[in-house]
Design a protein around this ligand. Sequence first.
Ligand SMILES: *Cc1c(COP(=O)(O)O)cnc(C)c1O
Length: 455
Amino acid sequence: MTTKEEWIEKDLKYVWHPDTQMKQYEGADFKPILIERGEGVYLYDADGNKYIDAVSSWWVNTLGHSNPKINGVLTSQAQKIEHVLLADFTHIPAIELAEKLVKLAGAPFSKVFYSDDGSTAVEVALKMAYQYWYQKGKPEKKYFVSMTESYHGDTLGSVSVGGIDIYKKIFNPLVFETLKVSAPFCYRCPKNKQQCECNIDCIEDVEQLFSKKHSEIAAIIVEPLVQGAAGMRMYPAQYLTKLRALCDKYDILLIDDEVAMAFGRTGKYFAFEHAGIKPDIFCVAKGITAGYIPLAATVTTDKIYDAFYDDFSTLKTFYHGHSFTGNPVACAVAVENLKLMQQEHVIESLPPKIEKLAKCLEQFKNLEHVGDVRQTGMIGAVEMVRNKSTKEPYDFNERIGHKVFKQALKLGAILRPIGNVIYFMPPLIIKNEEIEQLTKIAYNAIKTVTENYRG
Ligand SMILES: *Cc1c(COP(=O)(O)O)cnc(C)c1O
């Protein structure tokens, strides 16, 4: 029998891990952890150690690991039809899911375009927006506006609209030119305001740019309420409301990248609901299959769709399609996910959990090296700083977040950080006791690491 150590050895021999400097494992006692199974909010490793999956396995898991009902649908769908092309053919799971998404999102949404992951959902949205203007006779509307510190995926189109140096800087010669506006972020406000005196003044940057350049701008793309990969940077919903108004005023499309936020993370199905607005195009992926298999959708309205709908010879077809577009197993799992969310009143169950999380987050504010504690719905984040009064951050190379992560693993929680930010984005089915347990582990890990760290 292959031992756990041998599996890890083989892993390091053959597998190139995502977002990972592989050399860190050389001669180190910290190696990739071999996970054997999962159940509810817990993951179990090959030694039988149990961890709370505080990051929902990179923000995808919503209804817990190895959910029996979803397992059932997955196997029964695979026995019927595992895959069929979605051009000139269709299947019930793809139809059912599209109908459900459109109905959940409400009018004016009417059409669903499938792809495989968040990055491709964004690629689809960008191409759709550009081709829309092209076919409306405005090919000069070719710029996309995006936010500083934004993250929209790892493919080159989505990197183009991204704003985080570690993902983008090297590829700058390859990506297309975009226009940037400074992102709203309350802890480090671009206008140096306090939250109590906030009048969403940071939207001025957008208005200035739009007023100058609107005739050349196709769309603006945003992460609603929370810039996830930037370190759970949060901003108020009114920003989105004002942004929608500016998009209308200047005839610019609003692309809402809901990849990380949809399906309950913010306390509602979609984050745009908090702002009382509807974007022109939105992208969903991560939570759509409850964390089971890759699937994504770009959802839009008849206004966009109608610009593509014409005689074959007009060449207005949207020539974009992935091999696995609308995979039946993935769609069936997504349909079951949405059914379970409704039947088990998942969204309705969130307010007391959100309140519990808020209570548990309070204690972190007293820690000497915690600069900010923030929350949006079921997402909580704790930003560690070297100096609380000046907000001076720890250096990237100090890997303070990673030190906390390793300490928390020993205590039974997976708190994979983003730089200096430790965050909680657990499966939505987490119980109040588990929220308490998880935040206690995080508190102890942060306290131990920051108090003993002499950098
Ligand atoms: C994760 C993420 C993406 C990319 O999704 P993948 O499935 O990793 O390709 C895009 N946008 C946002 C906001 C994300 O958080």
